[in-house]
Ligand binder design. Structure first.
Ligand code: BG6
Length: 462
């Protein structure tokens, strides 16, 4: 049957998760502590309903049933992350055999069910001991990360062909060093830029380690949260503000990993304000040589920006917001259940930008999704009737289809997320899954959207 929206052959249909958010078993199987385990001990009140990362959705024990469910709803691919502190407790030294067995089992089970594993190496979960040494501010941690990445390729590269160095590497920079929503809760732009720079360096070293191994058909990439910056108007001030926001929040990482260098305008701006991170000369050639094969794009909502109304006080601490103000566009469509804007065309704009300015790099939507608070209110006959989520996905898929029609090199669509999971300080507040999870009993129930995506995946369109 011909569909109005048919996707290319072998399109990747699936979803994404991360280790800390689904595994649970935080103190089991020889896992070391990561910053989330530590921060929760320190300040449980900063987590929604004081729910911490120790149990989450128990994938560690239930992965077989969960993978069977993935198969049942039509997944042909699935992204998860390896927990650094589970694989190498303390972040350096000996590899934890129980963790190797666990990840081997997950990979084998996925493949046995016809689901391609996409493996991400870092999703916000720095081993605590390494954070104590300065985390990404410390170049030694950068080296240790590259060793950890190499260990993963050697352990799992015979079966895993799609590798990602980081998920949303800018989020720990923003959360941990600028806006105080991740540990270590530092607010200092100069240190934030150092962390960002070292993350790019860590990425480049991990790509270099990948290139020295011959992983048959292997591809290495990164997952970036790209938030297109739209100016309030055509006025120069608004346009400039949007361009600067784009430099800080998108191009900082995107240019470095796809084009091999940081945007000149960003370097000049940081230099002018005395905010450049320290670096070593040979880093430039390393970053330039290690460009990715595959880009994951996480897209939730755009950034709306206008020119600054009041110039910043030069005595105040430097922040990216010195150069633009946020702007709530009147009449914008909202996901009121989460408080985020919905702008489906954003996904198209991102992909066209990748085609026009980034060599049409092979890409896929690695996260897109709709968070909903108190989602049980939509329960009827024992199932969550998440028609809003179906509409949300459809709206984005239509624009993605349009981008593909125009020649964008887009290979797949993964939803955030497979099943409801624990989300950092928001814990279980916003539900995103195709599958609902009863946090008390851990019972899984497919939502309406799970049935819908099954049909879409099987028919490769809708
Ligand atoms: C994504 C992250 O950006 O947002 C996920 O990669 C996170 O890890 C998701 O869970 C949803 O966030 P929130 O705050 O709405 O629960």
């Amino acid at each position: 049957m011909a569909h109005a929206y048919s996707f290319p052959k072998d399109f990747w249909w699936g979803s994404a998760v991360s280790a800390t958010q689904i595994e649970g078993a935080a103190n089991e199987g020889g896992k070391g502590k990561n910053i989330w385990d530590h921060w929760y001990e320190l300040e449980p009140n900063r987590f929604f309903e004081e729910v911490g990362p120790s149990a989450t959705s128990d994938f560690y024990h239930r992965y077989q049933d969960d993978i069977a469910l993935m198969k049942a709803i039509g997944h042909n691919s699935f992204r998860f992350s390896i927990s650094w502190s589970r694989l190498i407790p303390g972040g350096e030294g000996e590899v934890n055999k129980e963790a190797v067995a666990f990840y081997n089992n997950v990979i084998d089970e996925l493949i046995a069910n016809g689901i391609e594993p996409f493996v991400n190496l870092f999703h916000f979960d720095m081993p605590f001991e390494l954070q104590e040494k300065g985390g990404w501010e410390n170049r030694e941690v950068v080296e240790l990360y590259a060793q950890y990445a190499a260990t993963c390729y050697d352990l799992f590269g015979d079966r895993v062909k799609k590798w990602f160095t980081f998920n949303e590497p800018i989020v720990p920079v923003e959360g941990g060093y600028l806006y105080d929503f991740h540990y270590p809760n530092i607010v200092d732009a100069r240190r934030a830029f150092q962390v960002a720079y070292h993350t790019v360096l860590a990425h480049a070293l991990a790509v270099a380690a990948f290139r020295t191994r011959s992983i048959e058909d292997g591809k290495i990439g990164i997952i970036l949260n790209l938030t297109p910056s739209y100016p309030r108007s055509d006025h120069l001030g608004d346009q400039k503000a949007a361009a600067i926001a784009d430099l800080f929040f998108n191009r900082s990482f995107l240019d470095a990993v796809v084009l091999g260098s940081f945007p000149k305008e960003l370097v000049a701006l940081l230099d002018e304000y005395g905010q450049l991170p320290t670096y070593e000369k040979e880093d430039v050639a390393l970053i330039n040589a290690q460009r990715i094969d595959l880009l994951g794009v996480n897209y939730y909502q755009p950034r709306r920006v206008k020119a600054k109304e009041h110039l910043p006080n030069p005595a105040s601490p430097f922040m990216p917001e010195w150069f633009f103000d946020h702007y709530d566009m009147p009449g914008r469509k909202m996901n009121h259940y989460r408080g985020w804007e919905i702008y489906e065309k954003g996904i198209y704009d991102i992909m066209v930008n990748l085609k026009d300015n980034y060599g049409n790099i092979e890409s896929f939507v690695s996260e897109n999704g709709m968070g909903v608070q108190n989602e049980e209110r939509f329960m009827e006959n024992g199932q969550i009737q998440d028609k809003y989520r179906i509409e949300f996905i459809k709206g984005h898929l239509k624009w993605l289809h349009q981008a593909i029609q125009e020649g964008c090199n887009v290979r797949g669509y993964h939803l955030w997320t497979f099943m409801d999971n624990w989300s950092w300080t928001n814990a279980y507040k916003n539900r995103y899954g195709f599958i609902s999870v009863d946090v008390q009993t851990q019972k899984r129930t497919p939502k309406k959207s799970a049935e819908w995506i099954k049909a879409v995946s099987q028919q490769n369109g809708f």
